[in-house]
Design a protein around this ligand. Structure first.
Ligand code: SAH
Length: 235
């Protein structure tokens, strides 16, 4: 099974890249800034950098996902990264979830039901997610994506009205591109910050990034071991 991990920040991916001794394939995505690390059928793709920082957010994630699908033809895309979550849902710093649904929470487009449906997205997630979560004993939750690290009251309203639980900046954008090409996608999300903790998100994110990334490494090792022992995801 050809697996392509799409990760926004090098700090989120490097424990995992180092664990597997993956090597960079220089200029694979040239002229795009995306970077490919590879070991056998296992691939990690980073968005790359601009303005001296790792590219985060929906635009970069969409470009990376399309380029990955066109150039690597993966059997499964896994978006691994950090997220905010809610104490009130039982979340804790460093807890790792599999995303079993995804939506956008900051696209407000007036109109009829069709525009509302398009705005939220609610794209399909790989049908094997539930079985994998059961096998590994991982909790599942709905990923909710927007373009900002902070959360405005109108974001919270949409998140709560639609069952969003794990707040990130890439998930639904990646699933959108996957939905256009019928590419299976799943999410592995580790909590860096609690949106209802009362502490500033940036401060909490910075303090917990290393811990959450290490939790991602441990979860991803189990996920990969389980996936490579299974037949093709498209079956
Ligand atoms: N200044 C930060 C910027 C990171 S942006 C830095 O030094 O890295 C946050 C990244 O982590 C995004 O890729 C996003 O997917 C994820 N993330 C973590 N917590 C989040 C939250 N509460 N809301 C939105 N995205 C979050």
């Amino acid at each position: 099974m050809k697996i392509a991990y799409i990760v926004a920040k090098l700090a989120e991916a490097s424990p995992f890249i180092e664990h597997y001794g993956m090597e960079e394939v220089e200029n694979f995505f040239s002229p795009l800034p995306c970077r490919l690390y590879k070991k056998g059928e296992l691939h990690v793709i980073l968005n790359g950098m601009q303005h001296e920082s790792d590219l985060v957010g929906c635009e970069a994630a969409s470009v990376t996902t399309l380029a990955t699908i066109e150039r690597l033809h993966p059997d499964l895309i896994i978006n691994s990264g950090t997220c905010g979550a809610f104490k009130s849902d039982g979340a804790e710093i460093g807890k790792v979830y599999l995303g079993n649904a995804c939506m956008f929470h900051d696209r407000r487009v007036p109109g009829d039901d069709a525009w509302g449906t398009q705005s939220l997205g609610n794209y399909p997630v790989w049908s094997g997610t539930d079985a994998l979560a059961q096998q590994l004993g991982l909790p599942q939750a709905k990923v909710t994506t927007g373009s900002s690290l902070d959360m405005q009251p109108c974001d919270l309203e949409i998140i709560k009205a639609n069952g969003g639980q794990l707040k990130d900046m890439e998930g639904a954008a990646i699933a959108f591109v996957c939905s256009l090409t019928d590419t299976p996608v799943m999410f592995v999300k580790s909590v860096t910050d609690l949106c209802d903790s009362g502490v500033g998100t940036f401060e909490e994110f910075t303090r917990n990034l290393a811990k959450a990334s290490e939790a991602l490494r441990l979860a991803n090792i189990k996920i990969i071991e389980q996936l490579i022992s299974q037949p093709n995801t498209k079956d």
